[in-house]
Ligand binder design. Structure first.
Ligand SMILES: NC(=O)c1ccc[n+]([C@@H]2O[C@H](COP(=O)([O-])OP(=O)(O)OC[C@H]3O[C@@H](n4cnc5c(N)ncnc54)[C@H](OP(=O)(O)O)[C@@H]3O)[C@@H](O)[C@H]2O)c1
Length: 240
């Protein structure tokens, strides 16, 4: 396979970091992006044994940052976003601040939309864009209204862009509960106990690993017949 270049927004942590690791191991060129230069540098150091990533600090909630990000990236084969800012987002309605709700939509919906707006012209015709939604849209729970809404909206965005941007393919991966640093924001010290309890409930008997989702994103990137698809990788969570 020719060496492909992949931009991973969110590549400094969790699923995005694991995707970067697996793509580097395949010989792809990888650019990771996120807001914090420090987290990006830590990720680059953690990946050094597998290969060298380029890194660009950018907040995809800001259009100027997205324009600069693509100017620094050059030509790309694939764009992936695993970005999410969910600080303060898991609250019951009376306590959920509009600013926190907007940060969720800025990072998970408008940011990915800006990536498509400014990045699609940089992509090769066989290229793809993959967004990351999540189980909250399909098994909603109290405190999760905004996350459920943004995850559901991402599917419709991908359907529309798959038509508008063709032949570029646009897909969504929808993870269930996966053990990543995001859980510190979701549940703090209770995270291990909540993840363990969910593992007992799931048909697969375990919580997701970042590599489970990275595998799915690689499938969506490379399967030339996949567009406008939502790939559910949730250990059967939608069924229980
Ligand atoms: N883990 C789960 O159980 C789970 C379940 C369902 C869905 N998901 C979804 O899966 C995706 C990946 O989650 P994860 O668990 O891997 O999260 P994570 O470990 O917290 O990583 C999130 C990444 O996004 C970056 N980011 C956040 N806001 C950004 C912004 N405005 N601009 C650019 N980068 C930004 C973060 O870096 P900076 O903070 O430095 O910007 C970080 O690299 C997210 O969309 C999440 O909602 C996760």
């Amino acid at each position: 396979m020719n060496k492909e270049t992949v931009l991973i927004v969110g590549g400094s942590s969790g699923m995005g970091l694991e995707l970067a690791r697996s793509l580097l191991a395949d010989g792809s060129a990888v650019v990771i992006a996120g807001r914090s230069s420090e987290r990006l540098a830590q990720a680059r150091a953690a990946l050094a044994a597998v290969g060298d990533v380029r890194m660009v600090a950018a907040d995809i909630a800001h259009e100027d940052d997205v324009i600069r990000l693509f100017a620094e990236c050059g030509r790309l084969d694939h764009i992936v976003s695993t970005a999410a800012d969910i600080e303060g987002a898991y609250e019951l309605l009376p306590d959920l601040e509009l600013a926190a709700a907007r940060r969720v939509f800025d990072s998970k919906f408008f940011g990915p939309w800006l990536l498509a707006k400014h990045g699609s012209s940089r992509l090769a015709p066989h290229g793809s864009i993959t967004f990351t939604s999540g189980i909250a849209a399909y098994r909603p729970a109290p405190r999760g209204s905004v996350v459920a809404g943004v995850n559901g909206a991402l599917a419709s965005l991908a359907y529309a862009l798959a038509v508008e941007l063709a032949p570029i393919r646009v897909n969504v991966v929808s993870p269930g509960w996966v053990d990543t640093p995001i859980w510190q924001h979701v549940a703090g010290d209770e995270a291990p106990a909540r993840l363990d309890a969910m593992a007992q409930k799931l048909p697969v008997g375990r919580i997701g690993r970042p590599g489970d989702i990275a595998d799915g994103i690689r499938f969506l990137m490379r399967n030339g017949f996949a567009t406008g698809s939502v790939l559910h990788l949730d250990g059967g969570h939608r069924l229980v």
